[in-house]
Design a protein. Structure first.
Ligand SMILES: [Zn+2]
Length: 532
């Protein structure tokens, strides 16, 4: 119950002031399909937690005619050659996405700042100029916004871009070589062109627009700060959302926190989700996995989190953040409902991303996700994608028939994929003493540097006997009971699989458990485990 109340509390706090409709997919289908169904993600601080944030993924139904897409600063040329190349790589994808949004009835606003004069005779330019003066013009909409509020200001940026953010060698010379928007993005006569916050607001008010998608460059600068940027529109009460895969940052990896350019972008996206507004991906319009730059070769770890018992929604974001920051991996979190009984607990969105993923970490409990979403999981495992199951993953997809029509279970996931044999657990109370399952297990790379015994507060799961082909790594013992395996490896077809029944919130605070998980991630993607 605690987490249910928390979820409702956080959701309502975040959504105050936004005008939107949250609906279940069933209701969207039932309303005739005129809506644009979008999945947005944001993060909210857990009250009293001292800075722990959790991820929320929610579904909204937008009326296309009440929706605008703003394309920020997708110039033909940038002073940084690396930035110019990445814009050229983004542009064709953006053009497709924008064209899909336009066909549905959304207004497209091209905002190549500082080059508007190039378009003085374009019908799209005249549309922006001629929009009637808004009756409710928000304060500050005419100027740059440095911080959304004091909270954002006190936190500051997660990356140091004080050098301008050129990642090239030799460094590029700063300047203003842009002349117009890159030609790859077609400007239709039905669109608008403006770099003015006032004109953009006039257009939004004229059309009764409530939802705005921002895409373009650079997230840590213009996308956030421009007069028509994320901060100003969020402050003005628009339901503004960053399309997080169709953006880029100006960030030089040689600057703090010395991570890959693309991790720099992900850190800024996380900042946006915490302090400014929600984000979404282009999957909403394309049905395809999110866009990814060709030079972004970081292995992709996807977390599938949907349970109500063990605070996965609270422990996984911190772990994912650490994998990105310290270990050079790319992480995505698909967060389902944390409610035990609600109708929408079987919903999940965004599993398309598994087509690009190297590893899936499952921490879910008794869910029957939509059949099309589950198909991505089966495809992922058929092509040898690696899997880690945490705690309730043994009964992740065994919903005991509670899923709605069109949803799919995978009741045998435990014996078939994980190699386990979950049949309940011992009562909570006694601490479980966790030790290596023999001398050979102690030498396994997953146990490298893991200090044992580890004491766990989670109740001991019954999993004996394990399926054939498993290798037990850790054994858990409580007084007066037979020991049980609590961590093992398995193979499902060509997939490397690791499972542990550990994963209680206290385990995530234990350095040995942490080490175990980091090792398991690297073992699963077939890379050497990091040194201590
Ligand atoms: Zn450069």
């Amino acid at each position: 119950m605690r987490s249910v109340k928390r979820f409702i509390w956080l959701s309502s706090v975040f959504l105050v002031g936004l005008v939107l409709v949250a609906v279940s997919p069933q209701r969207v289908t039932a309303d005739g399909g005129g809506h644009l169904v979008v999945n947005v993600r944001y993060r909210a601080e857990i009250p009293g937690s001292d800075g722990t944030y959790r991820v929320f993924c929610t579904r909204q139904a937008w009326t296309p005619r009440e929706t605008a897409v703003i394309i920020c600063d997708m110039w033909d040329r940038h002073w940084c050659e690396g930035a110019t190349r990445r814009v050229a790589e983004l542009a064709p994808v953006m053009n497709r996405v924008v064209s899909l949004a336009r066909d549905k009835g959304a207004l497209i606003i091209h905002a190549p700042s500082g080059t508007i004069n190039h378009y003085r005779d374009h019908p799209a330019r005249r549309r922006a100029e001629r929009a009637p003066q808004a009756t409710n013009r928000p304060e500050g909409i005419a100027s740059w916004c440095h911080w959304k509020d004091e909270t954002e200001k006190s936190v500051g940026y997660p990356i140091d871009h004080s050098d301008g953010g050129c990642d090239c060698q030799p460094l590029c010379k700063q300047g203003s070589p842009w002349r117009k928007q890159i030609e790859t993005i077609r400007i239709d006569d039905r669109d608008a062109i403006s770099d003015s916050g006032v004109e953009v607001w006039n257009l939004l008010e004229q059309r009764g627009i409530r939802n705005v998608i921002l895409m373009g460059v650079h997230t840590n600068m213009c996308v956030l700060g421009r007069p028509f940027g994320l901060r100003n529109l969020a402050k003005a009460g628009q339901n503004v959302v960053l399309m997080r895969d169709l953006t880029d940052t100006m960030y030089n990896s040689r600057q703090r926190p010395n991570v890959s350019h693309f991790t720099g972008t992900d850190l800024v996206v996380e900042h946006v989700e915490k302090y400014v507004c929600p984000t979404m991906t282009s999957t909403v319009l394309t049905g395809k996995p999110p866009f990814r730059f060709k030079n972004d070769r970081r292995p992709l770890v996807v977390f599938l989190s949907a349970e109500s018992e063990y605070g996965a929604a609270e422990s996984l974001p911190g772990f994912a953040h650490e994998l990105e920051l310290k270990h050079g991996l790319r992480c995505e979190i698909l967060q389902g409902s944390t409610e035990k009984k609600s109708d929408d607990r079987h919903d999940i969105a965004g599993m398309e991303i598994l087509a690009d993923a190297d590893l899936l970490v499952v921490f879910a409990r008794r869910r029957a996700f939509p059949a099309d979403q589950m198909a991505y999981l089966r495809d992922f495992l058929s092509r040898g994608g690696a899997l880690i199951g945490l705690r309730t993953a043994s009964h992740a997809f065994d919903a005991r028939g509670s899923g709605p029509k069109g949803h799919a279970e995978w009741a045998n996931f435990d014996p078939e994929v994980l190699g386990g044999n979950y049949h309940g657990h011992h009562g909570s109370g006694p601490k479980t003493a966790v030790t290596a399952a023999g001398a050979a297990a102690a030498r396994h790379p997953i146990l490298a540097g893991v200090e044992l015994p580890l004491l766990s507060n989670g109740s001991l799961y019954r999993a004996t006997p394990l399926a054939e082909g498993t290798t037990a790594l850790l054994i858990g013992t409580i007084p007066d009971q037979a020991p049980e395996p609590v961590a093992w490896t398995h193979r499902f077809k060509d997939s490397r699989v690791f499972y542990t029944s550990l994963g209680h919130p206290d385990d995530f605070r234990a350095p040995s458990f942490h080490r175990l998980l980091v090792n398991a991630v690297f073992w699963a993607i077939d890379r050497p485990v990091p040194r201590r």
